[in-house]
Design a binder for this molecule. Structure first.
Ligand code: PGA
Length: 251
């Protein structure tokens, strides 16, 4: 069965609550396409107003991060119950910016992934190599390690519903999009790795996005690749361009 594409925006630390409402209202007619899953991952304080603004549309509101404990003395963190109570179904886990600036590791990513599944939230699990790693020729080894640790103790049934975002760090926010061949090669390797950990059926079910400077111009070719099931989009998700990315087939 063909995998449904999933195109997610990652707003990062942009948009106040009132700006979020305005942006959802601006984008909702542009992203009205039921053929793909459309998710806006927004700052925690924007979740509820964005959810209200998106009511009755095909837009799903996701979070950009979540903690792996249930509750308690973790000042500043967001719990899984806070997200589910607000109606959140997706959460980005282990974005490279979280790893770089907030000391997240493959191990904390794994804890968050397990916790998200426990609460019925679909994790969008990020992986990706640095420019140095690419130049050293260790991209695939590196990504396989990230994937194997992220999926420790995750069941096949859970893994089938997961989303993986392959985001080469050197392509994020740089305008330097990976070539279609580079993106497809790594996404295919990720799928093969999932096949090794689980089985063929899980590998075929899991959705793998490409992320890193995705634009209206690059989306059609990227999303046409056999192993690329959509995108995680930063900068372009804050603009009307996101509508073109969601409707990449009409380009
Ligand atoms: P970008 O960000 O599209 O601005 O490169 C992608 C991401 O970090 O998810």
């Amino acid at each position: 069965m063909a995998r449904k594409k999933i195109i997610a925006g990652n707003w990062k630390m942009n948009m106040t609550p009132s700006e979020a409402v305005a942006l959802v209202n601006e984008l909702k007619p542009l992203v009205a396409n039921d053929e793909v899953d459309v998710v806006f991952c927004v700052p925690a304080i924007d979740i509820i107003p964005a959810m209200e603004a998106a009511e009755g549309t095909n837009i799903q509101i996701g979070a950009e991060n979540m903690y792996y404990e249930e509750k308690g003395a973790y000042t500043g963190e967001i719990s899984p119950n806070m997200l589910t109570d607000a109606g959140v179904k997706y959460v980005i886990i282990g974005h490279s910016e979280r790893r770089e600036y907030f000391a997240e590791t493959d191990e904390t990513v794994n804890k968050k992934v397990l916790k998200a599944f426990e609460h019925g939230i679909t994790p969008i699990i990020c992986c990706g190599e640095s420019l140095t790693q690419r130049e050293q020729g260790i991209t695939i080894d590196w990504i396989r390690q990230q994937i194997k640790i992220a999926f420790l103790n995750v069941t096949a049934d859970q893994a089938k519903t997961a989303v993986i975002a392959y985001e080469p760090i050197w392509a994020i926010g740089t305008g330097k999009v990976a070539t279609t061949e580079q993106a497809e090669e790594v996404c295919a390797a990720i799928r093969a790795c999932i096949g090794e950990i689980y089985d063929q059926a899980t590998a075929e079910a899991i959705r793998i996005q490409y992320g890193g400077s995705v634009s209206a111009a690059s989306a059609p070719e990227l999303f046409a690749q056999a192993n690329i099931d959509g995108g995680l989009v930063g900068g372009a998700s804050l603009k009307p361009d996101f509508g073109k990315i969601v409707n990449y087939k009409q380009a």
